[in-house]
Design a protein around this ligand. Structure first.
Ligand code: ADP
Ligand code: MG
Length: 289
């Protein structure tokens, strides 16, 4: 590995693929005591595989997948990209209109002039649809409704990034006293991910606004000297990136909103960069101050 003494300040950080938007943020970073993570695309790869397809009675499974993938034509949510990839039929976005994306819920759109809704149980309930008795599939479940009728679900599965566990452990070694995961995904999936990574605290089923509330609570609990960093990919979490003491956006190719809202941008998707950034900031700041 590269000796840290080689690097100094913002320039050194940028050589490691860590873009810091000003020297105050480097100083703040050196005081990081709490690191809060978004789950999907941050700790997990954000690449979902369709593991199971459960069409409702009388619904063709291929139709189900195609309708879902088409409705997601314009979304850059990791789930949308995954559904498009899972669809074998060619996807012509010209068939799609009136798209409405609701953060923490899913999508509604017109496909070939028919109403399609794709999202979680909360979205279906908000549309007044009753879900069939839970088949309690582990993982993330995407429900689909066609023309106001429940049409079935897809069980999709994401995997952890290979460096996530190491990233959490090295934060601890770097003196970060608390790691927290926030997610809009369900409780079972959140518990499994947090457990596997050794994250002490997690909150599931959160809407984008709930994530901001959780940040407020954590900010109110911390000591005045320490700083709270939030790490996300910017999909549904730009307000949280802004609210944290330090907003860290991951994967510079992610979204413009994330780069805009963040104080620090990581050029790649590797969560282990965060401990490195803290180490660089400590080194730099111990020289400067
Ligand atoms: P996370 O907190 O894990 O990053 P989000 O807040 O982006 O997740 O989304 C929370 C949940 O909302 C997802 O797990 C999914 O159930 C639903 N959701 C959000 N956007 C979409 C979408 N474009 N298509 C389908 N479901 C979605
Ligand atoms: Mg997210």
């Amino acid at each position: 590995s590269i000796p840290l003494s080689f690097f100094g300040g913002i320039g050194g950080a940028s050589r490691c693929g860590i873009l810091v938007k000003g020297s105050t943020y480097l100083e703040e970073l050196s005081r990081t005591g709490i690191v809060v993570f978004d789950k999907t695309g941050t700790l997990t790869r954000g690449v979902f595989e369709v593991a199971e397809i459960h069409p409702a009675e009388g619904v063709n499974p291929d139709t189900l997948v195609e309708a879902a993938a088409l409705a997601e034509s314009y979304s850059n949510h990791p789930i949308a990209q995954s559904l498009r990839r899972a669809c074998k039929a060619p996807l012509d976005p010209a068939r799609v209109s009136n798209v409405e994306e609701r953060g923490g819920y899913g999508i509604t759109a017109q496909v070939d002039g028919r109403t399609v809704a794709v999202g979680n149980a909360r979205l279906m309930e908000s549309l007044g649809l009753t879900l069939p008795k839970s088949d309690s599939a582990v993982g993330t479940v995407v429900h689909v409704a066609l023309e106001g009728r429940y049409a079935g679900s897809l069980a999709i599965r994401d995997t952890l990034k290979p460096t996530s566990a190491k990233a959490i452990a090295s934060l601890r070694k770097a003196g970060v006293r608390k790691t927290v995961m926030l997610t809009g995904d369900n409780e079972a999936t959140a518990r499994a991910v947090a457990g596997e990574l050794g994250i002490s605290e997690y909150h599931a089923g959160l809407l984008p606004g709930d994530k901001v509330d959780q940040i407020e609570t954590l900010l109110a609990q911390k000591s005045p000297k320490e700083r709270l960093a939030f790490v996300g990919d910017g999909i549904n979490d730009a307000p949280v990136l802004s609210r944290a003491d330090l907003g860290i956006a991951m994967g510079a190719l992610g979204s413009d909103a994330a780069i805009e809202a963040a104080d620090i941008v990581l050029m790649d998707d590797d969560p282990a960069r965060i401990a490195l950034a803290i180490q660089i900031s400590r080194r730099t700041c111990s020289i400067v101050y």
